[in-house]
Design a protein around this ligand. Sequence first.
Ligand code: GRF
Length: 206
Amino acid sequence: MSASPTPIVILASGRGSNYEAIARAIAEGQLAARVLAVVSDKPDALVLQKAQAAGHATVVASPESTLAELRKLDPKHEAFLVMAGYMRLVSDELIEAYRSSRGYARITNIHPSLLPAFPGVSSYAKAFRHGALITGVTVHLVEPEMDSGPICAQEAFGIVDCATEADVEARGLAVEHQLYPATLQWVLAEEFNIERRGDRLCVRPR
Ligand code: GRF
């Protein structure tokens, strides 16, 4: 892999399985990135313990103080922000601070549904309770409105044979852990074209 590693700051609130998948992909040479820090709004988040064990810097910051912390970690805003189970909305000011000259914000998120279906929280459970036959995972760039930014990648999977919400989540997480690092590979390198469709920006790998 020849691309120089893109600095990333991972924002996460919880268990951190996506953080682990990303860190693994970096360690295995599958993803050209360098973790500057893991930032969490929750001081007791498991992801912080995992990051410390892996030797990554950790920061606890409220949504209001996150931009100030990022200015210390990444003064020139050269990093990509990678949201991985971050359960807070980021401020409009933070999104603008990371907006590139090509129009999109250099912030990614992973959402556990095929957006625009089931935005918000507990999306695997919502799909299960809705009786959906398939659901999926979306990786997208972040815009101020929740779960609304340009879609980078989606992967669907069947849930007809799932007996519980937990079954759907287990299947979904396995998809997430492959899809997020694979998508970050081209998103972080900004190897994508942008086209406008109606009032939306669409992102496609080159
Ligand atoms: C994942 O399902 C992710 O899609 C959603 O929150 C969950 C985070 O899981 N945004 P983890 O903390 O990465 O294990």
